[in-house]
Design a protein around this ligand. Structure first.
Ligand code: ZN
Length: 193
């Protein structure tokens, strides 16, 4: 896209709680990216949960989670995060604000797929996808879909309250990024304009 990539600051592994420029990070929040200090924060117990509670084990399931968060870093560099915050503030209802949030999250999934498509070349061969890896990622994407989580916790699904997208949407956009390898194919926002 003619821009120079600025890497984020090194990822922070923590247990239970940690101070960040975005307030206190807690395990219960799951992994997150803080744009103010340009870092991803991760409590490794999330990976145990992903494997046991969410039934999505595997190294690539974990790689997808980190790549999704770095996707938010890329959105920060592109200015997409800021535009979404403004659009959410202008949105007349919680429901339409949520649609922007979903588009932003699905784009981060798509960027994770773009990374996976290029992981071998950008790492000089240190990272290589093996057979079954993409399936691990797709299983993880489905397991953190809003409908999957709502079914588990509330017993019913309320699509208007989605903030990250359904299992099917998350799988679709991860796959889209992976099969195209092109960030331009990650325009998740056209559907809500
Ligand atoms: Zn996210």
């Amino acid at each position: 896209m003619g821009m120079t990539y600025q890497p984020p600051n090194p990822l922070v592994l923590y247990e239970q709680a940690t101070g960040t420029q975005c307030g206190t990070g807690e395990s219960a929040m799951g992994p997150f990216y803080c744009p103010r200090d340009s870092r991803v924060y991760l409590d490794l117990t999330f990976f145990q949960e992903l494997s046991s509670r969410f039934n999505a084990p595997g190294d690539f399931a974990q790689a997808y989670v980190i790549a999704h968060e770095i996707g938010h870093h890329v959105q920060n560099l592109l200015g997409a995060s800021e535009q979404v915050l403004q659009a959410e503030a202008r949105a007349g209802s919680r429901r339409s604000a949520n649609r922007y949030s979903v588009a932003l999250e699905l784009q981060a999934d798509c960027f994770a797929g773009v990374w996976a498509a290029h992981a071998g070349e950008v790492s000089g061969g240190k990272v290589a996808l093996e057979p079954g890896d993409l399936d691990e990622g797709l299983r993880a994407a489905a397991s953190v879909g809003d409908d999957t989580l709502q079914k588990q916790t509330r017993g019913r699904v309320v699509p208007d309250s989605f903030t990250h997208g359904s299992a099917a949407q998350r799988q679709h956009w991860l796959q889209q990024g992976y099969s195209t390898g092109d960030p331009k194919a990650c325009d998740t926002f056209t559907e809500i304009r």
